[in-house]
Design a protein around this ligand. Structure first.
Ligand SMILES: O=c1[nH]c(=O)c2[nH]c(=O)[nH]c2[nH]1
Length: 303
């Protein structure tokens, strides 16, 4: 067999500044607001000469992209990470000639107000240990795509989950169960079909669909729960075209206390951190607008 001997070409490129830690405080009144973000900017276009011959004449430095990300936190504000990301992406495409496309990926770290004497404090927060909100915005000559999301949403239900009836072969040792703990650390992303959205209200609504579906679906497998989560989001939000979900099955094994003569009826578990089943699904609406480059990632946290 002969190896292919074709010409070697630059077959893809994109570049930007990854993980700018932008913190915006709004201090127009004594009650301050905080938006704590991790922002990655990525430019697309014909930057081939930078790779092929070292010609930087079309290259907007990543340092400049960083500065723009920080300045936009003041210039356009950070009402939501989606709105901020849209403004930043449009700026690069509209104002920097060689840029034909931009992708902005944002993670938002949540803070909640500290309570002092039973009242919310104006300018002190404690980091909320729950999920990280995410957004990925892509603008190019063909359009604008917004993907909202969350990651590290850790959920556990102590009953209402079964797993049985599975295929068995000579390597199968798993016992079927009618009652188990089901837990995950969910990553979910949803693709919008429009940009005139109340981003913050929609985020909270979708998060609520995720948690309430996880709670109320009597689950025969994590696969079934994921599909129901996606379906319920699409049913409630007509402007969402597609939901992608990734869920590690955080196994909780009933600990064998029988060895000590102690009964254990689904009460004491060993939470095993690895290996874990990793269950993934995409749920979409037939006939919805095409995804285009909406899922073409940059900094890798979507992977
Ligand atoms: O919800 C589950 N899905 C699986 O595919 C699987 N496989 C497994 O061993 N346990 C489970 N649980």
């Amino acid at each position: 067999m002969t190896e292919p001997s074709g010409k070697i070409v630059l077959s893809g490129h994109q570049y930007g500044k990854a993980e700018n830690r932008v913190v915006r405080i709004v201090r127009d009144s004594p009650r301050h607001e905080i938006r704590d973000m991790n922002v990655s900017t990525c430019l697309r276009g014909d930057f081939a000469e930078a790779y092929l011959s070292g010609d930087q004449s079309k290259v907007l430095p990543t340092d400049t992209q960083k500065n723009t990300a920080f300045s936009y936190a003041k210039e356009v504000g950070t009402e939501s990470i989606e709105q901020y990301g849209l403004a930043l992406a449009r700026h690069f495409v509209d104002s920097v000639a060689p840029v034909s496309g931009a992708r902005i990926e944002v993670e938002e770290y949540a803070w909640s107000r500290v309570y002092v004497d039973g009242a919310e404090h104006d300018h002190t927060w404690v980091r909320s240990g729950q999920e990280t909100r995410t957004a990925a915005i892509t603008v190019d000559a063909d359009g604008t795509w917004v993907v909202g999301g969350l990651k590290d949403l850790v959920l556990l239900k102590s009953t209402g989950s079964e797993f049985h009836g599975f295929l068995e072969d000579e390597y199968t040792t798993l016992a079927p169960t009618n009652d188990r703990v089901m837990a995950t650390s969910l990553v979910a992303q949803w693709r919008f079909t429009r940009t005139d959205i109340d981003w913050n209200e929609t985020y909270l609504g979708i998060r609520d669909v995720v948690t309430s579906t996880f709670a109320t679906v009597h689950s025969l497998a994590l696969q079934q729960t994921l599909y129901q989560i996606g379906k319920n989001i699409l049913e409630r939000y007509p402007f969402v075209a597609e939901v992608r979900l990734s869920a590690p099955n955080k196994h909780h094994f009933e600990y064998d206390l029988g060895r000590f003569g102690v009964a254990n009826a689904n009460e004491v578990f060993h939470a095993d951190d690895r290996p874990y089943g990793l269950i993934q699904a995409a749920v979409s609406r037939e006939g919805a607008p095409a995804a285009g480059p909406a899922w073409d990632g940059y900094a890798g946290w979507l992977a």
